[in-house]
Write a protein that binds this ligand. Structure first.
Ligand code: G3P
Ligand code: CA
Length: 269
């Protein structure tokens, strides 16, 4: 449960500080640590599957050439998305054995099934990445999948985020009840966005922007929108967010942030 002053803790790409990002293992760890929400980026494969991958290329997280958008899901399923995070695991007797299910490419479907089967409510913040060669097909497929889960209606545990206003407008047209989050990495775009985004949209500034321009939080709040901030990994930034009335913090370290918030709650009693 979140209190008025306690922001929701959302695991950024899973518990990605300690685990390879966007793997099932990283998300299960985040849930075990008490994360109330999970963040993921989605991209379309060449055969039309939504997969949870941040970069357009596979070099950083699968140590191979190629692009997500030009490969089929079956080809991506052959790749190892975990070893880059701990390349010396073979030499470490205490490192856990590789598990293909939790280390391979994660489909959005599998992530949503995991959330649906979990024994408490878990929210999912899904970010569509643009530009991409598939343009609006990403949001179309995403909304189709939400419909399959019955999660395209009010009360859905899923919200859709993007830096692209156009992408969010598409979701708004296709699934008007789904909560939307306009991501913000530069303060200069806010004066224009505040005039055009929906009154009930959430705004998602980066922590760097809030550090450099804290007054933007006041402007967002005065416009009547809630604030969700990425990526909040330490006590100082968490305190900054609490002081600014932020409703959700997106973090690579859900265990640490949950601990900090629990400690604050205990101290306040
Ligand atoms: O949660 C929003 C944040 O994830 C946006 O930045 O690059 O980590 O996707 P990025
Ligand atoms: Ca993201």
């Amino acid at each position: 449960m979140t209190s008025a002053l306690r922001p929701q803790v959302v695991a950024h790409r899973g518990a990605s500080h300690e685990n390879a990002e966007h793997t099932l293992g990283a998300y299960v760890a985040a849930l075990d640590h008490g994360a109330e929400g999970l963040e993921c980026d989605v991209r379309l494969t060449a055969d039309g599957h939504l997969v949870c991958v941040h970069d357009s290329t596979l070099r950083r997280t699968a140590s191979t050439r190629g692009r997500v958008s030009t490969m089929d899901l079956a080809e991506l399923a052959e790749l190892d998305f975990a070893t880059w995070k701990n390349p010396w695991a073979d030499l470490d007797d205490e490192a856990p054995d590789r598990d293909e299910e939790s280390d391979g490419v994660l489909t959005l479907r599998k992530l949503l099934e995991t959330v649906a089967d979990y024994d408490r409510r878990v929210e999912v913040a899904i970010e569509t990445k643009h530009p991409t060669r598939y343009g609006g097909l990403v949001e179309k497929r995403l909304v189709e999948m939400l419909r399959e889960f019955g999660w395209d209606t009010a009360g859905s545990p899923v919200r859709i985020m993007s830096f692209s206003f156009t992408a969010l407008q598409r979701v708004d047209r296709l699934a008007p009840e789904v909560q939307l989050v306009q991501l913000l990495d530069r303060g200069s775009t806010w004066p224009m966005l505040r005039r055009v985004i929906g009154r009930d949209w959430i705004v998602g500034p980066g922590i760097k922007l809030l550090r450099e321009q804290p007054s933007i939080a006041g402007s967002i709040s005065r416009s009547g929108r809630d604030i969700h901030v990425w990526t909040v990994n330490n006590d100082e930034d968490l305190q900054r967010c609490i002081d600014l009335g932020v409703k959700a913090v997106i973090t690579d370290r859900p265990d640490h942030i949950v601990d900090l918030l629990d400690r604050r709650d205990r101290d306040a009693k």
